[in-house]
Structures are given as C-alpha cells and as structure tokens.
Design a protein around this ligand. Structure first.
Ligand code: PGA
Length: 253
C-alpha cells in the first residue's frame, strides 16, 4: 500500500504582494488536479482569506505560520488562533526556528501556543530541531527537553491534534538537507521521547515530518529512507511545479 504523506508549504514572508500570491496559488491549483496527495499551504496571514476563498477543492488545505496564544485583548499587531481559523487555517505552525530566533520565542511561549492552536480546533505542527550536531550528541538532550517543555500543556487526548516537524536548524534555508539515514534515526529518537512523555500508542500514531532544504532533487531519497510521515518545505513551496512534484513523490508518485 502506498503511504500517504502530508506536505506543508511554508511561504514565510513571501511573495511580496497579494497578486503574486494569487498567481502562484492558481498555478499550484492547476497542477494539483493531476497529483494525488495532501498539500497544506501556509501563506502570510494577510493572504489567507483571499486564497482560501478562491479554492473549492479538497487536495489543498491551509495553515497559519504563527498565532498568539490569546484570542483577544490589547495586543497591537498580533494574530489570534481563532482569527486564523475563522478565515480557513486548519493547521498552525508553532515554534519554527525563525520565530525562536527572530521573535525570541521560548519553549514556554511555544507551549502556550500549542495549546491555543488546539483549543482553536487546529492541527498544530510543532517544530523542533537542534542548532548544531555536536560530537557528544548533546543535541539529543536539546530535542528531548524542547519537546518536553513545548508539550507540557498537552495531555494524551490533545496529542491527536499535534504533528511534530523535525527541522535541524542548520539545514533550514541551506543547500543540503540532512542525510535520509540520519532523518530516520531522528524519527526513531523522537518516537522514543514521545513514548516517555506519553505512551507507545501515542508515539506510534503521531505524524513526524522532516523540514530543512527539501527540494526536488533530494525528496525521493528522503521519502525512501527517512521514515517520515510528511515534509515541511520552505523555498520550494513557492515554485508551483516543484511543490507539486514533492507532493507526488511524497505519495509514491
Ligand atoms: P527550506 O525551509 O525548505 O527553505 O529550507 C524549511 C523551513 O523553514 O521550514
């Protein structure tokens, strides 16, 4: 049986204008009719509503790149999870390394956002990953502690609404993805941590995605040997032909 893998396209702060976003999206829509598989596009929040309302199909879903953990208040400039959900975001990326480094998000803040996203009826994609791979494998401790902290408000029942995106920070935006065999090793490790934090059943059922320099040249190997349930794609998600190729490979082409 062909395994279905979800592909999340994180557009980050791109493209520059709504007309450009619509153009990219309409090409993606067009190609998607020939491709099997689930794609989740996470555009900048200001483009969400326009893109969602221009689409009636089922293959493409939408997500938000971030949201605050409160739903209202005197919070100038913030976006609430309920706002994102109300315009069609079914998924919420939380704890991306760029939010940690640029916006100073800590595991404690991320933990509140994971809970807020679930409470707003979204599936949360929790990102975790080490900045460096040191020889003593300290990065394993980093990941374990990060997961423990970021998931501290989430009980077993809520875990049905969480996916983990393992994204080694050193690979994000770079030229080389992590080696598929190393990705496989990390998924095994993350499942072990989840068994410790919850139980084996939850650990087995949770989707673990890989992100960091996934592209049309390496996707086949990552899918074949990485033992992942999906991919989180940055740059190539803005190139319609590339992201749809990645979706097709992720679903056994
Ligand atoms: P990239 O970004 O695919 O451009 O490396 C991945 C990410 O930031 O999630």
């Amino acid at each position: 049986m062909k395994k279905k893998r979800i592909v999340i396209g994180n557009w980050k702060m791109n493209p520059a204008t709504l007309p450009e976003a619509k153009k990219i999206f309409s090409k993606i829509k067009q190609i998607s009719s020939d491709v099997t598989g689930q794609l989740v596009i996470c555009p900048p929040a200001t483009y969400l509503h326009a893109l969602v309302s221009s689409y009636k199909g089922k293959k493409i879903m939408f997500g938000s790149q971030d949201a605050y953990w409160q739903n209202n208040g005197s919070l100038t400039g913030y976006l609430s999870p309920t706002m994102a959900e109300s315009v069609g975001a079914k998924y919420l990326i939380v704890g991306h390394s760029e939010r940690r480094s640029v916006a100073g998000e800590t595991p404690d803040i991320i933990a509140k956002k994971v809970l807020a996203g679930i409470e707003a009826q979204m599936t949360v994609i929790l990102c975790t990953g080490e900045k460096v791979r040191d020889r003593n494998a300290e990065y394993l401790v980093t990941i374990k502690e990060d997961l423990r902290e970021c998931l501290k408000k989430i009980d077993k029942r809520m875990m049905a609404h969480v996916m983990i995106a393992y994204e080694p920070v050193w690979a994000i935006g770079g030229r080389e993805a992590m080696l598929p065999s190393d990705i496989h090793g990390m998924t095994i490790y993350i499942r072990k941590v989840l068994t410790e934090l919850y139980d084996k059943q939850i650990s087995d059922s949770i989707s673990i995605l890989y992100g960091g320099a996934v592209n049309i040249d390496n996707v086949e190997d990552i899918v074949k040997d990485g033992e992942i349930d999906g991919l989180l794609v940055g740059r190539d998600s803005l190139v319609p032909e590339n992201i749809m190729y990645i979706v097709s490979v992720a679903n056994g082409k």
